[in-house]
Design a protein around this ligand. Structure first.
Ligand code: BES
Ligand code: ZN
Length: 649
């Protein structure tokens, strides 16, 4: 009995929040500050890096620091005050998937005690193997004048560009010096760019080959995955008092116009959740090979040009990334099995912002419905797998140990997480839930948390804020569903369909098309008046029913709406995937359009479904054609898709 209690206590206090995707000894020693110095050699695709670390000791005695690294060349480690070189070696574990990287062990040469500060520096070099980084040739850029570099660190890619404690449970401040060798190159990082040089250089450089020295500082604590850099012929254009757009020159005016309301979006979210504390907010529109729609790097969201549609329909991605300023960047998940603590909460806040933006809650429900369709299809797919890991991806607590955390990435933490919060909100009403979320933010500000922290916080909050009678009944409803919602691999315990008038028209139109068997429904033209998200719902519902979508229907749909020639990539990728799945895309012209699309867009959400639908031979051929264009992360995911295909589909 005693043992059981000790085990449970240990489970509660220590084991539960262990991050299984880091090799670092982050419980014994914690990063407080990083100072990075990078010399960019973009022509040769090499970076000379130095980092000065400030750690605080939490163990009673500490003799080693363990850091995460991935395919990098560690040159040496030394104490900055006396130049003493520290011994280091690299350990790899054959059980771990290769993408997890390796453990860099640094021997401190002395014993440090609890509370002491450890400072050392590492000199290292990285190149094209750094999977966080995309090094692009001038020919791959819009302006064609100079090379381009951008990073993508979430989830565990920062370890490929900086040796560090690569876990979202460790937060620190950072500063950086970035040295460029061409006057054309402009640099931005996820922090404030300093007007004057503040930090001394850690190394000596040949001053003749140096063009510029950029310095950055972020005094708010962040996890490693939020460090970001972009370097290229990029410039900044203001979109308001505290917001701006950054991109290459060619399309900057178009981007500036599309994002002219950024200030307003920040304000909508502030009105719901409280002050935006990061200062300025800028969006970089990156080259089309950026593997995501958006990435919430603090002060400096990165976005794919597919979010610029021309009718502002893609700006919901910007609203989502702004929402991360609170959920994700202020309160952060403490390991990647709890990603919904970032994404589920973020989607919830995003949709509060969209309500103001759309002016019609029904249109927000349309987004939730598209999300719900995609979530349900994925839960079915994951849950029917024989593999225990894949099965767990249907829950809000996917297994990640020994694997690359990105393997578990899907829309599940977004939509299943959102739906849980939506359910909880309904138990106590919108106003009270809004207050609960504000208090959650305040309690966990600049900290990391998991589902147990949220549960404990919520119950405590309810106990204080509800009458004892109401508290007991609400707690009972929550206890009936919470664990199932988080840990079960099946559908969430309460089904929410988000049906509404704006989606009824869409679903009815899909049904008319299917019933018509190739004849256009009488009211087929209402499609043209649908908003982009209603059109997405139209296509995702057809995808759901693809077994009964015949060739005649596809031909007629194309004739009615010219879907293969749309410019909104959110619609195109859905239509193209459906075209392959229903075998409509066998004719050469249509297939060639899809082939062109996967060579122009590298956003994983949009190309992965297409590669999944293709047969192995075509997928392999198209992948090879576009290898140079794709980002290292997109390459990795397409390679996985192709590997899992049988030869004949
Ligand atoms: N943080 C994510 C992107 C991400 C997730 C990168 C996991 C690496 C690992 C970002 O906020 C995001 O969710 N982007 C979405 C857009 C959003 C509107 C759902 C995307 O890229 O499509
Ligand atoms: Zn997100």
């Amino acid at each position: 009995m005693k043992l059981v209690i000790i085990f449970l206590l240990c489970h509660m206090l220590y084991c539960v929040d262990v991050d299984k995707n880091t090799f670092s000894n982050y419980k014994d020693v914690k990063t407080q500050h990083l100072h990075i110095e990078w010399l960019l050699n973009l022509n040769d695709k090499v970076i000379d890096g130095s980092v000065e670390y400030t750690f605080k000791v939490y163990a009673s005695q500490l003799t080693e620091v363990h850091l995460d690294i991935y395919k990098m060349n560690i040159l040496f480690v030394y104490y900055p005050n006396n130049g003493q070189v520290l011994k280091h070696h690299v350990e790899s574990d054959p059980i771990q998937k290769e993408e997890q990287g390796e453990k860099l062990v640094i021997e401190l040469g002395q014993v440090y005690k609890y509370g002491e500060i450890v400072k050392f520096r590492i000199k290292y070099q990285i190149g094209e193997d750094a999977r966080a980084l995309s090094f692009m040739d001038p020919s791959q850029t819009d302006d064609k004048k100079a090379p381009y570099l951008f990073s993508q660190c979430e989830a565990n890619n920062c370890r490929s560009m900086i040796p560090l404690q690569d876990t979202p449970s460790i937060k620190f401040t950072y500063s950086a010096t970035v040295i460029t060798q061409s006057p054309l190159i402009n640099v931005f990082m996820s922090g404030n760019r300093l007007q004057t040089q503040k930090f001394q250089l850690m190394n000596n450089y040949n001053m003749n080959s140096i063009a510029n020295v950029f310095q950055f500082e972020l005094n708010i604590k962040i996890p490693a995955y939020l460090i970001a850099i972009v370097a290229g012929t990029v410039e900044e254009r203001s979109t308001g008092t505290r917001t701006a757009v950054i991109s290459e020159t060619k399309n900057i005016e178009k981007y500036q116009k599309e994002l002219e309301d950024l200030d307003k979006y920040v304000k909508y979210l502030e009105d719901y959740i409280g002050e935006y504390k990061w200062g300025s907010y800028k969006i970089v529109i990156l080259p089309a090979s950026f593997p995501f729609g958006g990435m919430e790097n603090p002060l400096l969201t990165f976005a794919n040009p597919t979010i610029i549609v021309g009718d502002k329909s893609g700006v919901s991605v910007a609203v989502h990334e702004i929402a991360h300023s609170w959920f994700g960047n202020t309160v952060t998940c403490n390991n990647w099995s709890n990603m919904w603590i970032n994404e589920g909460f973020c989607v919830f806040l995003e949709r509060k912002g969209l309500k103001t933006l759309f002016g019609d809650i029904n249109l927000v429900h349309v987004n939730s419905q598209v999300g719900n369709n995609e979530m349900n299809a994925l839960i079915k797919e994951f849950n029917s797998s024989q593999d225990d890991f894949i099965k767990s991806y249907a829950s809000l607590h996917p297994k990640t140990e020994n694997h690359n955390a990105d393997d578990s990435f899907s829309t599940i933490p977004y939509e299943r997480g959102f739906q849980l919060l939506y359910y909880l909100e309904k138990q106590i009403n919108e106003t009270r839930f809004q207050q609960l979320l504000k208090d959650w933010l305040q309690e966990y500000e600049y900290k990391s948390a998991d589902e147990n922290d949220f549960y404990r916080f919520m119950i405590f909050w309810l106990k204080i804020n509800l009458s004892s009678e109401e508290f007991l009944s609400v707690k009972k409803s929550i206890d009936n569903v919470y664990n199932k919602w988080v840990y079960d691999y099946g559908q969430p315990p309460i089904e929410e369909k988000f049906e509404n008038p704006a989606s009824k028209d869409v679903i009815d139109l899909v049904q008319s098309w299917i019933d018509g068997k190739g004849t256009k429904p009488q009211n087929y033209q209402i499609f043209d008046d649908f908003k982009s998200n209603q059109k997405q719902l139209f296509l995702s519902t057809l995808q759901d029913k693809n077994q009964v979508v015949t060739d005649a229907i596809m031909v007629s749909l194309e004739d009615a709406y010219h879907l293969s020639d749309l410019t909104d990539a959110e619609l195109l990728f859905r239509w193209y995937t459906l075209s392959i799945n229903t075998k409509y895309a066998k004719d050469t012209t249509n297939l060639q359009k899809i082939r062109k699309f996967v060579g122009l867009v590298g956003r994983m959400k949009m190309v992965n479904p297409i590669y999944k639908a293709l047969d192995k031979e075509t997928a392999t051929q198209w992948y090879q054609e576009n290898y140079a264009f794709y980002h290292p992360l997109t390459r990795q995911s397409i390679e996985n898709i192709i590997k899992n295909k049988t030869i004949i589909k």
